[in-house]
Design a protein around this ligand. Sequence first.
Ligand code: ADP
Length: 257
Amino acid sequence: MSSQLTPRTDGPTDDRALVEVERVSHSFDDLDVLGDVTFSIETGSVACIVGPNGSGKTTLLRLVAGLLDPDDGSVSVAGGPGRRVGYLAQQPAFRGQFTVRETVEFYGALVEPSPDVDAVLDRVGLTAVADRRVDALSGGMRRLLGIAQTMVGEPSVFALDEPSSGLDPAMGRHIRAVIDDLAGGGGAVVLSTHDLRAVERVADTVLLLDHGELVAAGTPEELLAQADAERLEAAIEALGPDAGAASVASGLRGGGR
Ligand code: ADP
């Protein structure tokens, strides 16, 4: 199966690609992690990268965020001269003694013009705990603070590494609403997750990675149709990891963990 799939999104987009990933490959020393990955993400859409541990999701997000350069191929992100991609790491490191507001101010001091910190906190729903120390935040609030940090500098693209994993249902719903909000107003979100129920709810496009190859890409409905499945979990099982002998035969060696 080719890994050069161009997802078609039927979601609320205006057909303008904000992110173009073209034939990207990446290795760490002699470990091939991504091979020949091609996709685009349109304005207003949410793309979810799914795949087993070690399949290259974080590496792909870091490439989109410009934190890594591809060995081959290209990553381009449309936008103005300012910060283009806001990146949420899986375990963002914050200073525990800072308050929520001080943390966003700290990141805000690094960009011009400085952000309206209150507006950022309001947008993610952290206004009520603005003066709470980071040490005292719940896991979900900490995740929201991470998302607030990505908004500093008003990037158009948000690359979020597992933004909703391990949260209770109410916080999960809240984070999904924030993600929808980020993709609105001319932005786009690309995130990684193992939470397929979240994918069903937020994804305009699903990108399925297996050993560093993009083995399926499309809207959730397209993946269901392609796999002749009723639930995304079953579709991903059918299309994904090690499902197709062809994808394994043409795939990368040793990309997994
Ligand atoms: P995922 O997010 O899907 O779990 P990753 O992108 O984190 O996958 O990792 C893909 C592969 O690359 C794994 O085998 C991982 O051990 C390896 N890897 C990730 N980052 C590095 C690094 N900085 N140096 C060496 N190997 C790495």
